[in-house]
Design a protein around this ligand. Structure first.
Ligand code: GLU
Length: 367
């Protein structure tokens, strides 16, 4: 049902509420992820637990909870956390790769594109990306701060069609299930509005649902970008497999549109193009009638000055605008590789960002 999924695992899920990472629990989660991976799905793991692992590794030192101490714990724990994931994915013959991000990596356009290319390369080679915040270096200004929001950014970055937020609660409830016997699970949320935020926000005062506030923020970001969201209990049997195969678990937030529609809307509504690519008749045909990407070989001229990640127009010389899209190469780069075959790109530039100048998913072809 879903093809590309981000699974967010909170510290509480990985420790089962104890002070230690629970290895049996992590193996069980790895097993479920492996099942989906072997079915051909792309699974991206967003894992917490670095600080918890660091604290346990250092035998629970009595430290003030300031930023540098938390960063130290994360630095010690992150490598241990990753080692455990590697070991458990190994059981199922799966390679894992670590990606540590900060907010700055998703806000800067070039870094956004570079991070996206890395994720895509890993997924193409069937490597499971294991993501966490780069806590050891992330000062407050560049921090996302919590892995709920981080996982939503990863879902946007990777065009995931499902973000699964696993927690120690069965989902979103009408009241705090721990104290209110009448609390009911909300199976589906169609609008994240103020009353829902108030319900989740109360969790922080200890009344409502633990940590639901950042989960709603994450759900809001993801749903707007076309990713469906499910909040469910990490300990529920087969929860990842069930959620990803479309069975009803926890609380579901339907996406407002598909990731592709959302990206294309952003291209249309986004910043005005700062450059123009003139293309030959073959390239024009490939874009308009065959839904292909634009290759450097079809570009005859490059007008304007722009960076990788900027919006550009595509047209034939003296013709109407054919398309608008996000370029993978800067104007300087394109001037050097226009007209050449894609396999020559790295040779000409000394580096490469892939074979296409404009990918069809990053482009609106105008009628
Ligand atoms: N990045 C933190 C850690 O790995 C967790 C942050 C969170 O769970 O929201 O310890």
């Amino acid at each position: 049902m879903y093809r590309r999924v981000v699974v967010k695992l909170g510290t509480g899920v990985l420790t089962k509420g104890t002070r230690f990472l629970s290895q049996p629990q992590m193996v069980e989660l790895a097993r479920q992820i492996a099942t989906l991976h072997h079915q051909g799905k792309d699974v991206i793991v967003c894992t917490s637990g670095a600080q918890a692992a660091g604290r346990a590794q250092l035998d629970f030192p009595d430290l003030p909870a300031n930023l540098s101490n938390r960063q130290m714990l994360a630095a010690v724990g992150q490598s241990r956390l990753m080692r455990l994931w590697e070991r458990f994915f190994d059981i199922y013959g799966i390679y894992a790769g670590q990606i540590l991000l900060t907010r700055a990596d998703t806000e800067n356009r070039q870094r956004f594109l570079n991070a996206r290319d890395t994720f895509n390369a890993m997924l193409e080679y069937r490597i499971v990306p294991v993501v966490n915040e780069n806590d050891a270096v992330a000062v407050e200004e560049i921090k996302v701060g919590d892995n709920d929001n981080l996982s939503a950014l990863v879902a946007v970055l990777t065009d995931a069609d499902l973000l699964l937020l696993l927690t120690d609660q069965a989902g979103l409830f009408t009241a705090d299930p721990r104290t209110d016997p009448h609390a009911q699970l909300i199976p589906e949320v169609h609008a994240i509005d103020d009353s829902l935020r108030a319900l989740a926000g109360s969790s922080q005062s200890g009344l409502g649902i633990g940590g639901m506030s950042t989960k709603l923020q994450a759900a809001d970001i993801a749903c707007r970008a076309g990713t469906e969201v499910v909040i469910a209990a990490g300990s529920a049997p087969d929860v990842i497999v069930r959620a990803v195969t479309g069975q009803s678990v926890g609380t579901r937030f339907p996406a407002q549109e598909t990731p592709l529609e959302s990206r294309k809307r952003w291209i249309l509504a986004g910043p005005a193009p700062s450059g123009r690519l003139l293309v030959d008749a073959g390239a024009a045909r490939a874009l308009q009638h065959h839904g292909h990407s634009l290759l450097p070989v079809g570009i005859t001229e490059v007008e304007g000055v722009f960076e990788r990640g900027d919006a550009v127009f595509v047209q034939k010389r003296n013709g109407p605008v054919l398309a608008r899209g996000i370029t993978r190469y800067s104007s300087d780069d394109l001037r050097r590789i226009r007209g050449c075959q894609s396999h020559e790109i790295s040779e000409r530039l000394g580096y490469g960002y892939g074979p296409v100048a404009l990918h069809r998913n990053d482009m609106i072809v105008l009628e």
